[in-house]
Design a binder for this molecule. Structure first.
Ligand code: CO
Length: 196
């Protein structure tokens, strides 16, 4: 039986030793609580781990991940994380982080049958319909794919803003800033879509 997962435990032990060497109270301090500045909504893709690509350590990012970084109004999981981030943790920034080469976005652009996930991908097909004219005007397939990734981020930022959680915070003057970013995993760089 393949026991490749044991590598993860070994790495974990090494990491603990390293952290304790730097600061023997490291874990003790983390156990007291969290006060992250950022709530990040990202894709589940294994290549885009927010902590790794931003160098953020434990305690810095409150994260919600799903396929294609969607902020869906009927998703109780997302809404709960959002409410906790805004009302309890009082984060200063909410970031929707999409990424080029997103398999979820790519799948939404095809007519292929994937099963249950097709219902989830309907949210991206809604984005396509909203921006049909712009997308149809792009003749290059790769460019259209990249633009849809960006438009999806923009629409998810709008979705976050439209939630009851954000509307209440805006009314109270306590709303965090909402940002839309795209990660280019071909070069490793984050791009700010500047739609704050
Ligand atoms: Co993705």
């Amino acid at each position: 039986m393949d026991q490749s997962y044991k590598r993860l435990f070994e790495n974990n032990r090494k990491w603990v030793q390293e952290k304790l060497r730097e600061d023997k109270n490291y874990f003790n301090r983390l156990s007291k609580g969290q006060k992250p500045e950022f709530f990040l909504i990202g894709c589940s893709d294994s290549r885009v781990s927010p902590n790794i690509i931003t160098g953020a350590g434990p305690g810095e990012l409150f994260i919600h991940r799903n396929i294609a970084n969607l902020a869906v109004h009927t998703d109780l999981n997302f809404l709960s994380a959002l409410q906790y981030a805004v009302e309890v943790l009082k984060v200063q920034h909410i970031i929707v982080k999409g990424h080029y080469y997103c398999g979820g976005v790519r799948a939404a652009m095809t007519d292929d049958y994937y099963g249950l996930i097709d219902n989830w991908l309907m949210n991206i097909r809604d984005v396509m319909r909203l921006h049909e004219d712009e997308l149809n005007s792009i003749t290059d397939d790769e460019q259209r794919f990249r633009r849809l990734v960006e438009l999806n981020v923009i629409e998810q930022v709008n979705n976050v803003k439209g939630t009851s959680v954000l509307q209440k915070a805006i009314r109270n003057g306590t709303a965090p800033q909402i940002h839309g970013w795209v990660y280019d995993l071909n070069e490793g760089l984050l791009k700010d879509l500047k739609i704050t």
